[in-house]
Design a binder for this molecule. Sequence first.
Ligand code: BEZ
Ligand code: FE
Length: 282
Amino acid sequence: MSRYFTEQNSEESVNARMAASTDPRLAEVMTCLVKHLHAFAKEIQLTQAEWDYGIDFLTKVGQISSDERQEFILLSDTLGFSMLVDAINNRRPPDATENTVLGPFHVANAPLRQMGENICLDGKGEACLFEGRVIDLHGNPIEGAHVDVWSDNADGFYDVQQPGIQPKWNNRGIFVTGKDGKYCFVGIKPVSYPIPDDGPVGQMLSHLGRHPYRPAHMHYIVTAPGYEKVVTHTFVGDDKYITSDTVFGVKKTLVAPFEKIEGGETDWHSPFDFVLTPISED
Ligand code: BEZ
Ligand code: FE
């Protein structure tokens, strides 16, 4: 190889600079990244103007990001990268509940609620009874599981997007299962909503002719001692956006029944069991 950088030897030139002392995994990740990045520019014959645009785009993604807004995660989500990394890292047996994206609207330490309690505090929307069990792969109930749930309100916003408008902790709560593994609470039938699209990622979607919507869903984090944490959603199957989720988060197994109830205490009923896998030894 020439001692100087050329178009032909570009990848090798850069990767040859890796110090012998570099952490082995970092060396592996960076070598592969350089390989694919250089191959990308060569395949697409990237123009200078296009790369300048790319740098400007990434700069804007950084500039709009803050403690409250993470535009890089939105970028990763809308490119399907978050779901790919999640899939690689959460391979489970066929009957176990699948993972999906966490999203930016989870808030830690939501109030612990009594079984059956209503988490909808703003009085809006169609009431829905959510119930089911947290079980293991053999169908045995798991006691002491934490079911941490959050959803948007009937206007399509999370409480943290509307401080001072929605009550704090609206449509959120943590339920702890008893011996029977059952959980049960009242919320609303969630509605579809756009991800924050007033920044560079929203512009990217618009340039690509893509909508920014997510189909209606309930978010869950289900944890129990000795079991893998499940970060997931349940989805409303007849939602307009069910097959075009802008962050690619829908999985067939996560589409839950939403049954209309006539003359009941709630308008809807949505049963769903969470099936957890034991933490592996290795
Ligand atoms: C959400 O479902 O809350 C969400 C997920 C990814 C990006 C934006 C929002
Ligand atoms: Fe969401």
